[in-house]
Ligand binder design. Structure first.
Ligand code: SAH
Length: 248
């Protein structure tokens, strides 16, 4: 079981697989007023940077589940490196339908809400692992500017304009589901560059090391087109943020 190989190639050097920087992750941890011993569940935990740094900085304990074998291995190594391997556990697997036995004070899904079939389904899934008074974290894109055409939405790698909302609408949608939005930390364009531009050097080096690979042609084409696509579309039209929710 694994995610499509192209992501394991292009994001192999990422510690954070979304437009958040290390500083934004730390800001989010501080904003949530985490306390030592708080339990955090992370669906689609990637390379584990959130759980590992929060375990180091705030003393949380936690579990991450991710379908990428590579990212899960990297998460375990990162936990060793930061000296928190006794506090955080990383499981390689499909997080769809995952409900934890021990309820969490923070139940998160950052940049992987397809795991629950979209934002609404993911909130419902996370709510099943949440202790009373706990906080759900959703990391999700929104439109900074509404794309004037469907083609522009596609160039932002969205399925359609309707896949994402504008920020006020996204916040309103949480409220309509019966949740208070109690915090939010938004990514910025520099964060998008860290996420997207970091793929370019990774792709270049991978191409040099793997010229005969079956994906070499695709990776070559991506490396050629991505900088301009990112600057024209994603960087201008897409925002991204983490929203902290508590049921009313
Ligand atoms: N939250 C992490 C990773 C976001 S990228 C971070 O912010 O760094 C999306 C992640 O979802 C990837 O790590 C990918 O491997 C994982 N993923 C995709 N489908 C999944 C599934 N069905 N179950 C668990 N993880 C999944």
């Amino acid at each position: 079981m694994d995610i499509p190989r192209i992501f394991n190639i292009t994001e192999s050097a990422h510690r954070i697989h979304n437009p958040f920087t290390l500083e934004k992750l730390a800001t989010l941890g501080a904003a949530l007023r985490l306390e030592s011993g708080d339990r955090v569940l992370d669906l689609g935990s990637g390379s584990g940077e959130m759980l590992c740094t929060w375990a180091r900085d705030y003393g949380v304990i936690g579990t991450g589940i991710d379908m990428s074998q590579l990212f899960t291995e990297q998460a375990k190594l990162r936990a060793e490196e930061l000296g928190v391997a006794d506090r955080v556990e990383f499981i390689h697997g499909d997080a769809a339908g995952y409900v934890s036995d021990e309820k969490a004070g923070v139940a998160a899904c950052l940049g992987a809400t397809w795991i629950g079939g979209g934002v609404v389904g993911t909130i419902k899934l996370l709510a099943q692992s949440l202790r009373p008074g706990g906080i759900i974290l959703i990391g999700e894109p929104y439109w900074r500017q509404l794309p004037p055409t469907e083609n522009i939405a596609k160039e932002c790698l969205a399925d359609s304009i309707s896949e994402f909302l504008m920020l006020p609408e996204l916040l309103a949608s949480f409220s309509q589901l019966g949740y208070d939005v109690v915090e939010m930390v938004l990514a910025d364009q520099d964060g998008w560059d860290r996420y997207e531009a970091a793929k370019w050097l990774t792709m270049r080096r991978w191409l040099e090391a793997n010229p005969g690979d079956e994906l070499a042609k695709d990776v070559r084409a991506k490396l050629t087109s991505e900088p301009e696509r990112h600057a024209t579309y994603t960087r201008e039209y897409l925002g991204w943020g983490v929203f902290a929710l508590m049921p009313r």
